[in-house]
Write a protein that binds this ligand. Sequence first.
Ligand code: 3PG
Length: 217
Amino acid sequence: MKNLEIFDHIKDRSLMAVLVVDRVEEAVNTANALIKGGVSVVELTLRTPIAIEAIQAVIDNCPGMLVGAGTVLKPEQVERVKKAGAHFALSPGVNANVLIESNNFELPFIPGIATPSELQTAIDLGCTCLKLFPAEPLGGMPYLKSLSEPYKHLNIKYIPLGGININNFSSYLSCPEVISIGGSWLTPETLIKEQSWKKITTIAEESIRIIGKKSNC
Ligand code: 3PG
């Protein structure tokens, strides 16, 4: 899928769950629980040794899930996540070599930015969809509103992540530049370790319900 196509798919689905897993089965079971609850985009982070295997397993076993490889920090990781089947990739920051490599492998990439300078670096490198990270500690929606203002004419899209939860995510929904909101509130580590898949489905359902309510206003 090309960049714009993938960003449209992410936009249609609104919420992105951030997933950190120690076991491949945890990734598959969590992804299936999320899909049941209506959340079908996941950032599966490369923070554990089995992460790439887990990406492949989710792609193979959870049809309908849009899978982004998260925490992609090195150029050599791009080919590996692409081969595992990742639909897109993200990073907490901007790294030119990673972005060039993702371009070479035609892997849509969403780099993280926190300042105007980082934002401009990402734009210079051809990015049009950016992860605002860490969104809440930076100042949340008021910060994003000020940060994005000078670049409105460039039609940049944002995905705020970091410190977002079920109680504060709706503050971002009214911003047309925000195509998705994400975080680990959808995938609490304790519930994954307890294998409480039903509870993960319930959190996803409740989050989707809040989005529905807001967009019906
Ligand atoms: C990420 O990689 O986007 C963050 O770890 C998500 O932040 P959160 O855990 O505060 O939701």
